[in-house]
Design a protein around this ligand. Structure first.
Ligand SMILES: Nc1ncnc2c1ncn2[C@@H]1O[C@H](COP(=O)(O)OP(=O)(O)OP(=O)(O)O)[C@@H](O)[C@H]1O
Ligand SMILES: NCC(=O)N[C@@H]1O[C@H](COP(=O)([O-])[O-])[C@@H](O)[C@H]1O
Ligand SMILES: [Mg+2]
Length: 388
């Protein structure tokens, strides 16, 4: 049995904890608020700011974990190098977690050191720098904080007069103490995918069938597997995923994001060194092993004999339309359970905010059935659920 310190306790962590406990592990779930989804199923929990390095140190000393599994990006990741040196396994590695928490580190590594194709980009520390960069990139362009996730602080800028708003919005949506944004060329992609990639302690890098997804405001709304893409594009994406995960080092499951364009090919976008939100579609049983089970096996160094697509699947998110500090209720769950081949997962978040992801609807069908129809079904059913 290993003692696992989980840093971040959202919906992704909750599924990871369930997988880990099913393999006899002991988990301490951490987050900045009490009653977080993964805490509801873990052995112990700790509530503190993981951006506070000293608080993080105290929790590590108190529990003396064998393994640290980051679940979010908002962590004082510099401290992880020290823990790793002491012999604690950091998942997938301190380097991977530290590089991916800041868009600058990972983008420079991917585009400059590894030569992966990405959108053109510049960084801006002031409004004037943003303006100057936008003149080089042109409109539309995308502006994001260097440190944020799930689309926080991200805007699509269509003309110069929207820049000021993008600057303010980006700075306000930034986590942590840095006031710097990235401005990217807008890629007119035909589709985007997440390539779940597994790096192993003893074994080759493995790839799941690609997951297609649709985002709104920089946040995921629906995902489906397998995405039907050009085999040459898939091969290219796999090669890029192999390169970037090798450079970041370590064992675990990663969500590597790509934009695909018929005209311009494959662009690397970013990656998560952990299970990916769009990968929740694997909870519909699309694969023999879902992304959480794969992460756990890679972390523990357990064998993964194969990854097999068992059926097709679609996920659609349930978002809150209200903001409240009260524990929410859900209307429509009975309606959902009337549907065939459908699951619903309510994450159990104790409070709401507008557009907070509170649950997900998962639909599946046999291989070779109509994927577009399945996507429509998942979206139609998710619409029935109301958070109040
Ligand atoms: N340069 C771009 N061109 C076109 N679309 C973009 C670009 N950058 C981001 N997007 C859109 O916004 C989405 C979110 O962007 P990105 O993944 O960089 O943000 P994020 O906040 O890190 O999201 P998450 O943490 O949920 O993965 C992308 O999946 C894509 O749909
Ligand atoms: N794109 C990253 C992502 O989906 N992360 C997932 O969302 C949780 C935070 O949700 P919250 O903001 O509702 O607390 C995180 O803990 C993780 O499970
Ligand atoms: Mg993303």
């Amino acid at each position: 049995m290993k003692k696992i310190l989980l840093l971040g306790s959202g919906e992704l962590g909750k599924e990871f904890v369930i997988s880990a406990q099913r393999k006899g592990q002991y988990i301490i779930a951490c987050d900045s608020y009490a009653g977080a989804p993964a805490m509801q199923v873990a052995d112990e929990c700790e509530v503190f700011s993981m951006l506070d390095g000293d608080a993080l140190e105290r929790v590590v000393r108190k529990h003396q974990p064998d393994i640290i599994v980051p679940e979010i990006e908002a962590i004082r990741t510099e401290r992880l190098y020290g823990f790793e040196k002491e012999g604690i396994q950091v998942v997938p590695s301190a380097r991977a977690v530290n590089f991916t928490m800041n868009r600058k580190a990972i983008r420079d590594l991917a585009a400059q050191e590894l030569g992966l194709k990405t959108a053109k980009y510049f960084y801006a520390k002031s409004f004037d720098e943003l303006k100057a960069a936008s003149e080089k990139i042109g409109f539309p362009c995308v502006v994001k904080p260097l440190m944020s996730s799930s689309g926080k602080g991200q805007s699509l800028v269509k003309s110069a007069d929207e820049l000021e708003h993008a600057w303010e919005y980006g700075c306000n949506g930034s986590r942590g103490d840095i006031k710097e944004l990235i401005i990217e060329e807008f890629i007119k992609f035909d589709s985007e995918i997440t390539l779940l990639t597994v790096t192993q302690k003893n074994g080759p890098t493995l790839f799941c069938p690609p997951i297609g997804h649709v985002q709104k405001g920089g946040d995921y709304r629906e995902s489906f597997q397998p995405a039907h893409i050009d085999p040459a594009h898939l091969k290219e994406a796999q090669e890029m995923a192999e390169k970037v995960t090798r450079a970041l080092t370590g064992a675990g499951l990663w969500g590597v994001e790509f934009f695909l364009s018929h005209e311009n090919g494959v662009y690397f976008s970013e990656l998560s060194p952990r299970p990916h939100d769009t990968g929740m579609v694997t909870l519909a049983g699309t694969q023999n092993l879902n992304e959480f089970e794969l992460h756990l096996r890679a972390v523990l160094g357990l064998p993964i004999p194969n990854i097999k697509q068992e059926r097709i699947g679609a996920s659609a998110v349930v978002l809150s339309t209200i903001a409240s500090q009260e524990r929410p209720n859900y209307r429509g769950v009975e309606e959902v359970t009337k549907e065939e081949d459908t699951y619903i997962r309510i994450f159990g978040k104790p409070t709401t905010r507008v557009n907070r992801r509170m649950g997900v609807v998962l639909c599946y069908a046999p291989l070779n059935s109509d994927l577009d129809a399945l996507r429509d079904k998942a979206k139609r059913i998710a619409e029935k659920v109301e958070v109040y």
